[in-house]
Design a protein around this ligand. Structure first.
Ligand code: FAD
Length: 432
């Protein structure tokens, strides 16, 4: 099979790849210089839509509606855009071997791709209950959600199981978002997770109490402090029950599992330095191997603001790291220098009528402010995290664009806090 050569190859065709193509085009690439090789069959799209509007019972989002870069208010890059720019979009092509020494990639179909500069943007894959040997976890109607094909399968199952019972395994943001959309589709939803409250890696007990109360008011049942240890299925192999460690059994027509992910670095194991589970980069997303960059979910990068290294599995970082790497590549070709990546962590989620944003670091002491009564007609509340007397993190539910911008500024500037009590009393006004 003929060998193809490109100056730049991005392996992976998700959020980071799309934003990187946009930035490359802005900075100037010649036709035929850049290729994106993606396992998925479609052009890069805004992945967060899959657990939100994609699953709505009415007015659901569908491609081409949410190709990048609409999620950040930018131009929507349709497949023709790549064609016009002379960017090769090589879809439905999985890379199964990467040899960084000879700058060669091989696809599952046996094609060979050579590159001068490689950008690793393979993202993450979901953790599966079958990986942990959970009994019966290979039954039909047990779903995971990462790619648009997974979302299509879930849409079909939701249609087929009208008014049925759904069990959502996992209490992270994917579990929370999926529980909400399943409920909106009139399924009888139960969430199960082992922790004492939802989103424990970010939420304090007080923040979580609001969301758990709100979900309960929507009729979602929450079972905490236990895990799914097995599934039973019927004669067709379709899931019927979820067995819990504490002995309880939940009926289920659909199970959706959101128990976390793992960065897809396996192709590069032993060839590139790793740290904290990801591919180690500098502030320009250069890896330990010359001419190889890593961006998005797979990169462990220096977080200048906190003087440590992090791996961030969120869309804002996927976008910004990709833009930074494209800028760094072009600048080094021109013998110029750009500023190091200086990222302010930013995560968000939306479900039902709720919408929260978080900026900064959730370390130190946390204090809550505002109206966090789940029964309020328009709840609006937040939290600040204070470390060494400074506000280092800020969370806001129900904020306006201006208010979200203000709390982001607080997390970036890290102003002194008089006391936790004072912050709790002044609340959002501290940021405005
Ligand atoms: C359902 C869902 C909802 C989310 N919601 C939010 C949210 O609300 N807020 C938020 O901040 N973040 C959210 N995220 C996280 C966010 O989408 C990711 O952090 C982001 O997509 C990472 O971008 P990436 O380009 O690194 O990886 P991805 O977007 O995952 O792209 C990786 C691409 O590489 C391809 N690939 C992998 N291996 C190979 C290979 N060997 N050969 C070829 N192609 C390969 C994959 O098929 C995929 O197309 C969500 C994620 C999911 C799955």
């Amino acid at each position: 099979m003929a060998e193809k050569h490109f100056k730049y190859v991005i392996v992976g065709g998700g959020v980071a790849a799309g934003y990187m193509a946009k930035e490359f085009a802005k900075l100037g690439v010649n036709p035929g210089e850049l290729a994106i090789i993606s396992k998925e069959g479609v052009a890069p799209y805004e992945r967060p839509a899959l657990s939100k509007a994609y699953l709505f019972p009415e007015g659901a989002a569908r491609l081409p509606g949410f190709h990048v870069c609409v999620g950040s208010g930018g131009e929507r890059l349709l497949p023709d855009w790549y064609k016009e720019k002379g960017i090769q979009l090589i879809v439905s092509t999985e890379i199964v071997k990467a040899d960084l020494a000879s700058k060669t990639l091989r696809s599952a179909a046996g094609e060979t791709f050579k590159y001068d500069i490689l950008i690793i943007a393979t993202g993450s894959t979901v953790l599966r209950l079958t990986d942990f040997g959970v009994q019966g976890a290979d039954a039909k109607n047990i779903f995971y959600l990462r790619e648009v094909v997974d979302a299509d399968q879930l849409v079909e199952a939701i249609k087929a199981q009208k008014n049925g019972k759904a069990v959502v395994v996992g209490g992270g943001y994917i579990g929370l978002e999926l529980s909400a959309v399943l409920k909106m589709n009139n399924l009888d939803v139960t969430m199960v997770y082992p922790e004492p409250w939802c989103m424990p890696r970010l939420f304090t007990a007080e923040i979580a109490a609001f969301y758990e109360g709100y979900y309960a008011s929507k009729g979602i049942k929450i079972v905490k402090g236990t895990v799914a240890v097995g599934f039973t299925s019927d004669a067709n192999g379709e899931v019927k029950e979820v067995k819990l460690k504490d002995g309880r059994v939940l009926e289920a027509d659909i199970v959706v599992v959101g128990v976390g992910g793992r960065p897809l670095t396996v192709l590069f194991k032993g060839q590139v330095e790793e740290e904290k589970g990801g591919i180690k980069t500098d502030g320009f997303f250069r890896t330990s191997v010359a001419d190889v960059y890593a961006v998005g979910d797979v990169a462990t990068f220096p977080l200048k603001l906190y003087g440590d290294t992090r791996r961030v599995e969120h869309v804002d970082h996927a976008r910004k790291s990709a833009e930074q790497a494209a800028k760094a590549i072009k600048a080094s070709e021109e013998g110029k220098r750009i500023e190091e990546y200086d990222y302010l962590p930013y995560f968000y989620s939306r479900s039902f009528d709720l919408s929260w944003q978080f900026y900064g670091d959730n370390v130190g002491d946390a204090v809550i402010f505002g109206d966090n009564n789940p029964a309020s007609p328009k709840p609006k509340f937040g939290s600040y995290w204070v470390k060494d007397g400074k506000v280092v993190g800020a969370f806001l539910e129900g904020g306006t664009a201006e208010e979200n911008k203000a709390v982001a500024k607080v997390a970036r500037d890290q102003p002194q806090a008089k006391s936790l009590d004072h912050l709790s009393q002044v609340g959002l006004a501290f940021a405005l």
